[in-house]
Design a protein around this ligand. Structure first.
Ligand SMILES: Nc1ncnc2c1ncn2[C@@H]1O[C@H](COP(=O)(O)OP(=O)(O)O)[C@@H](O)[C@H]1O
Ligand SMILES: [Mg+2]
Length: 260
C-alpha cells in the first residue's frame, strides 16, 4: 500500500500580477485517493495546480503536506509532488530528446538537489522502474519523445512525475491530448496509481475515472465545491458551475463542456 499523506489547502488565492483567478480555496484530503478537479475552460484549474505546487506564489493562503508548510516553495514541495503538466504541442517544446534522456535529465535534476537520495548508480534502475510502471513498451524508450503517440507521450510525462516516488501526483488534463482508445488506457494507469498515491487530476470529462474517484472538486473562478461524486454530480450543482452545458443522459449526468 502507498504512503498515507495529507494535503491541506487553506484559504488559497492564486492569480497573476496580483489579480486573483481562484479565491479562498479550502480543502483537506488524505491519500491514497483520487480527486478530480472539474470546471469549464478558463475556470482556473491549471492556476490552482500551479498555486498548490508553488510554481505560482499564492496571493493568500497556505499549502501543507503532512502539516509541513510548502506554500510558494517549489524547491520544498517537489519532494512531495509529482507534476504532470498539460501536454501541449508547440514548436518550442519539440526537443530532439528521447524518452530515456528526458527521464535521465529529470533524475539528474533531483540528484543535484538531493545527492544522497538520488545516487548516480541508481539512475538506470529507477528510470527502468518508472518506464515499466507506466507501461511504455521497451522499443519506445529510445525513440524521440515528439515522435511518440499522444498516449505514449503522456506515459513518459507520468513516468517523469514518478521519478522521485512522490506521495502526491498533480495531473493537468492527462486525458485531453490523446485519442479515445489511448484515453481509456491512461485512465487505467491512473486507476492503478491511485492505489499508492494521492492523485489530483483536472479534467473536463469526469466519466472515464468516475468509478475510481473518491472526491470531486468543482471550480469556476471564485466558486468552489468539494464532495463525494454522488453529492457533487447532481444537476443543480453542476449547472451552477457549468451554466447551460449540463444535461442528463439516461440516469447519468453528462458534462459536455468543449475544450480547445
Ligand atoms: N500566464 C497568465 N497570465 C495572466 N493570466 C493568466 C495566465 N494564465 C492563465 N491566466 C488567466 O487565468 C484564467 C484561468 O486559466 P487556467 O488556470 O489556465 O484555467 P483552466 O486550466 O481551468 O482552463 C484564464 O482565463 C486567464 O484569464
Ligand atoms: Mg488548464
Amino acid at each position: 500500500m502507498g504512503k498515507v499523506v495529507t494535503l491541506t489547502v487553506e484559504g488559497l488565492t492564486v492569480g497573476y500580477n496580483g489579480y486573483p483567478v481562484v479565491r479562498n480555496v479550502c480543502f483537506s484530503v488524505k491519500g491514497p485517493a483520487l480527486v478530480q478537479i472539474l470546471g469549464p475552460n478558463g475556470a482556473g484549474k491549471t492556476t490552482l495546480l500551479r498555486g498548490i505546487l508553488g510554481l505560482l506564489k499564492p496571493i493568500e493562503g497556505r499549502v501543507l503536506v503532512d502539516y509541513v508548510d510548502v506554500t510558494g516553495k517549489p524547491e520544498k514541495s517537489s519532494r512531495y509532488f509529482g507534476y504532470v503538466p498539460q501536454l501541449v504541442m508547440s514548436p518550442n517544446t519539440m526537443y530532439p530528446i528521447t524518452a530515456w534522456e528526458l527521464l535521465e535529465s529529470t533524475y539528474m535534476l533531483y540528484r543535484r538537489r538531493w545527492p544522497r537520495l538520488f545516487p548516480e548508480e541508481s539512475a538506470k534502475r529507477r528510470i527502468m522502474e518508472v518506464l515499466e510502471a507506466v507501461g511504455l513498451p521497451r522499443d519506445k524508450w529510445y525513440r524521440t519523445f515528439w515522435k511518440l503517440s499522444g498516449g505514449e507521450r503522456q506515459r513518459v510525462l507520468i513516468a517523469q512525475a514518478l521519478i522521485n516516488d512522490p506521495p502526491i501526483l498533480l495531473m493537468d488534463e492527462p486525458l485531453s491530448a490523446i485519442d479515445p482508445p489511448g484515453r481509456v488506457e491512461i485512465a487505467k494507469l491512473i486507476r492503478c496509481l491511485k492505489s499508492t498515491k494521492l492523485i489530483l487530476v483536472t479534467s473536463h470529462d469526469p466519466t472515464l475515472l468516475l468509478d475510481y474517484t473518491d472526491y470531486i472538486i468543482l471550480i469556476n473562478r471564485e466558486r468552489f465545491r468539494m464532495g463525494r461524486p454522488d453529492q457533487i454530480l447532481v444537476a443543480d450543482i453542476a449547472e451552477e458551475f457549468y451554466g447551460g452545458v449540463v444535461k442528463y443522459v439516461k440516469e447519468h449526468l453528462h458534462i459536455y463542456d468543449s475544450h480547445t
